[in-house]
Design a protein around this ligand. Structure first.
Ligand SMILES: NC(=O)c1ccc[n+]([C@@H]2O[C@H](COP(=O)([O-])OP(=O)(O)OC[C@H]3O[C@@H](n4cnc5c(N)ncnc54)[C@H](O)[C@@H]3O)[C@@H](O)[C@H]2O)c1
Ligand SMILES: O=P(O)(O)OC[C@H](O)CO
Length: 446
């Protein structure tokens, strides 16, 4: 074997490295189901859609229900694409805002004393400044986003509804929408959480679908909103698999382009936001909900200063519990690969355990000894933690079934009993209960 020459930074070495990097990028992009960048998207999506677009007489109208940190970042993506694909979508995107007043800081570059010296309605500020100054400050929103405080106005005539609100508000919002949505509208839930009631546990895609009588899929991924809004690269997963036998009134009229994976890719994919479409709605929804519990645990670990190895152990156990939960309670559709291979699974877990709000607040809780709700109030400026209520809701659900012991990490987070976490981290919990287990019906899962 010839000796390896010393690394010299010649122009040709740089060119070779650049070519290799480009090829890796292309490979990554093709794994996310698209060639790189917007040009690739055009080729893939419009090629598939062109025929459909040529025959479509009507365009989809898209509404965003929610305008928080992620709601606004997703509205930005969607509005960029409705503008980019005028054959498929109406350009204007209405964004529903839970109205409140906001006092614009005098340090804001577009502060005008004559308009902003008193608190102003948030919708008014968003429409005037093209910026959600409270929930996504510093990010210019496309001018085709129209903020509205009226939920019925927002969803009127919309054929695609994108739900993006903290999970505790979904049911009430659906009650307000009911009767005002098109019966054939389709929805995507970007919500990370689960609903627990005496009847059991539900995904928000199902809650929305059931309450409004429409089909709803899910979008979730390693997507810290501020990074996405700054157009830093990320991937996401969309799950959409409507049943074949839907009632006649729910069928999308033929005048519209069909709503399928290609259409959702056209709506959500950006050069900086790569979309992969799959069918496992339960896996995508559960990944987004359950990783928030694990992120709290990771925050406790960092707050205690237990180190990166301990945090990695928590993440490993957390991922196993997430998968186990999915397989145990949504066995018919949930796939292991959704947790281990998709952005909505392992990647979201990693990003959330490092840079998410749940992690940050849990870490501060340990450091300051304050209640996490106090910290949420003090540092999040109105944004909402989802992990604390999800930990409680999941615990209620497990407790009702006598299954808390099957999910020691989820249970420990809820109880915030650090000794249990310590026990897991130190290896006291050496057996791997996730490898195989019996479900309540006595079936063995691996
Ligand atoms: N922020 C992120 O980085 C991020 C990323 C991916 C997914 N998510 C998920 O997206 C969902 C929405 O999160 P977000 O970050 O947009 O919200 P957020 O945390 O910024 O929450 C604030 C939003 O809640 C609204 N709100 C407050 N009180 C309300 C009420 N009573 N009724 C209705 N709305 C009310 C506010 O007006 C604001 O729009 C969550 O499930 C979250 O887990 C968030
Ligand atoms: O900030 P968090 O903890 O709500 O997490 C944000 C996103 O879900 C990360 O993908």
């Amino acid at each position: 074997m010839p000796p390896i020459p010393p690394a010299v930074l010649t122009p040709s070495a740089v060119r070779t490295a650049a070519t290799r990097l480009q090829s890796i990028q292309r490979q990554l992009a093709s794994q996310s189901g698209s060639t790189s960048g917007q040009r690739g998207l055009n080729t893939v999506v419009t090629a598939g859609n062109n025929k459909k677009r040529m025959v479509a007489q009507k365009k989809h109208k898209v509404a965003i229900v929610g305008s928080g940190n992620w709601g606004s970042a997703i509205a930005k993506i969607v509005a960029e694409n409705t503008k980019h694909y005028p054959d498929v979508f109406q350009e204007e995107v209405k964004m529903w805002v839970f109205e409140e007043t906001y006092l614009l800081p005098s340090s804001h570059p577009r502060y005008d004393f004559s308009k902003h010296s008193q608190p102003v309605k948030l919708t008014q500020l968003i429409n005037e400044l093209n910026e959600n100054v409270k929930y996504l400050p510093g990010i210019r929103l496309p001018s085709n986003i129209l903020a509205t405080p009226d939920i019925t106005d927002a969803v009127k005539d919309a054929t695609i509804l994108v739900f993006n609100v903290p999970h505790q508000f979904v049911s009430k919002i659906c009650d307000q929408i009911l009767g005002h949505n098109l019966p054939y509208a389709k929805a995507i839930s970007c919500i990370k959480g689960v609903e627990v009631s005496s009847e059991g546990i539900s995904l928000f895609s199902d809650v929305i679908g059931r309450r409004l009588g429409i089909y709803c899929g899910a979008l979730s991924g390693a997507n810290i909103a501020n990074e996405v809004a700054q157009e830093k690269f990320s991937e996401t997963t969309i799950a959409y698999q409507p049943p074949k036998d839907i009632p006649k009134e729910q069928e999308m009229p033929k005048e519209y382009p069909p709503v399928d994976h290609a259409t959702f890719k056209t709506l959500f994919h950006r050069p900086y936001f790569h979309v992969r479409c799959i069918s496992d709605v339960a896996g995508v929804s559960l990944g987004g909900a359950l990783k928030n519990i694990v992120a709290l645990a990771a925050g406790f670990v960092d707050g205690r200063g237990w180190g990166d190895n301990a945090k990695a152990a928590i993440m490993r156990v957390g991922l196993l519990e997430m998968r186990k939960f999915g397989k145990m309670f949504f066995a018919d559709t949930c796939r292991t690969s959704t947790f281990t291979e998709e952005s909505c699974g392992v990647a979201d877990l990693i990003t959330s355990c490092n840079g998410g709000r749940n992690h940050k607040c849990a870490k501060m809780m340990v450091a300051t000894g304050k209640k996490i709700e106090e910290i949420e109030e003090e540092v999040l400026n109105g944004q909402k933690l989802q992990g604390t209520s999800t930990a409680k809701e999941v615990n209620e659900f497990l407790k009702m079934r006598g299954l808390e012991g099957e999910f020691p990490l989820f249970t420990a987070v809820y109880s915030t009993l650090t000794p249990i976490l310590m026990h897991i981290v130190r290896g006291g919990w050496s057996a791997n209960p996730c490898r195989h287990y019996r479900d309540p019906q006595g079936r063995v899962h691996r």
